[in-house]
Design a protein around this ligand. Structure first.
Ligand code: GLN
Length: 325
């Protein structure tokens, strides 16, 4: 067999593996969909997709990968990257820490001493991060954010207005966090505008295919493997992946790091992205959530992928998948 044929065989057995994985977990009905706003509560709980994009520009997809949903907290990863580009690492560290909290994502807490939110992957830290996005008007800030998302996905991005409106009307905890941070001078007076931008970033529409491509862009030093365009300055990849690794899966982040061992981020609409540096980006979508608000099937799929292919960053006993490098 030629090398080309070898690669094709490996690729098709990987696709079959993903199809089997999808059928295995399709019957898992544990968990419940987010219900804090009607738009999320009415989602079909059976939706389920797995996509993997490699840094070489190959994509593997199974299930409902065209289904659109709001990105929710997964947006925090990418907005953090934009804020790093806007202000640099040192300034950002004065405004948002990099410590995991061990608390729920929407806990109303700040670091006792520094008054910073703990990290950019929980709501308080994300609101502070979003408030730092540069632009001369609210419209310009939103457009810069949408352009940034577009660099990761390779196509135009839009906000779901009804989700945005619901988030905005019901987001009292987020508003409380913003006021607490305003009290301590951690965010500025334009609090309502920053909150609107935060609710808009949560309401950006993506599908599972997009998630995989966005994750693959992070795996590929910030360059979208399909468009070949730079989405984020490569010097910030290690900052982004570090906080994803330690803080991305809410108060499950430690167990995730231990078991799955790759940087990841989840959102309440049921998405998870996971990044295997220099190899691939994983996107999973399934709206049934566990009590920590991580997708039940999403966690299972990532655990199994990691075990099967030795993706844990500290696993040296395994040869990583050879057909994508
Ligand atoms: N819009 C949600 C919020 O701000 C996002 C939370 C999430 O995905 N964890 O509460």
């Amino acid at each position: 067999m030629t090398k080309q044929q070898d690669l094709q065989t490996a690729a098709s057995s990987f696709q079959s593996f993903l199809e089997d994985l999808h059928s295995k977990y399709k019957s898992l009905r544990d968990g419940s969909v987010a219900n804090y706003i009607p738009e999320l509560a009415k989602v079909n709980p059976d939706l389920f997709s797995i996509c993997i994009a490699t840094v070489n520009g190959d994509i593997y997809k199974v299930g409902d990968y065209n289904q659109l949903f709001t990105i929710q907290s997964i947006s925090k990863v990418f907005v953090y990257g934009l804020a790093l580009e806007d202000h640099g690492r040192d300034y950002l560290l004065t405004k948002v820490g990099v410590e995991p909290t061990g608390d729920a994502f929407n806990a109303i807490i700040l670091d006792e001493k520094s008054k910073r939110p703990y990290n950019p992957m929980v709501n308080a830290g994300a609101i502070a991060t979003t408030s730092l996005i540069k632009g001369s008007s609210a419209t310009e800030r939103l457009n810069r954010m949408l352009d940034m998302f577009q660099r990761y996905t390779g196509h135009n991005m839009f906000v779901d207005i009804s989700v945005f409106t619901s988030e905005r009307i019901t987001g009292h905890r987020n508003r409380a966090m913003a006021h607490l941070m305003l009290n301590f001078g951690m965010i500025d007076q334009h609090l309502d505008e920053s909150l609107d931008l935060y609710f808009q970033q949560c309401s950006v529409m993506v599908n599972c295919y997009d998630l995989a491509v966005m994750a693959a862009t992070l795996a590929n030093k910030g360059i979208n493997p399909f468009t070949k365009k730079t989405a984020v300055d490569s010097r910030y990849i290690k900052d982004i992946l570090s906080v994803m690794y330690t803080c991305g899966m809410y108060n499950f982040a430690g167990e995730w790091a231990y078991k799955v061992g790759i940087p990841a981020k989840s959102g309440v609409s049921g998405g998870i992205i996971a990044v295997v540096p220099n190899l691939m980006g994983i996107g999973v979508f399934s709206p049934l959530l566990d009590f920590r608000s991580n997708s039940v099937r999403g966690v299972k799929v990532c655990e199994e992928l990691s075990q099967q292919f030795g993706l844990h960053l500290f696993d040296c006993s395994h040869n990583k998948l050879n057909f994508c490098s």
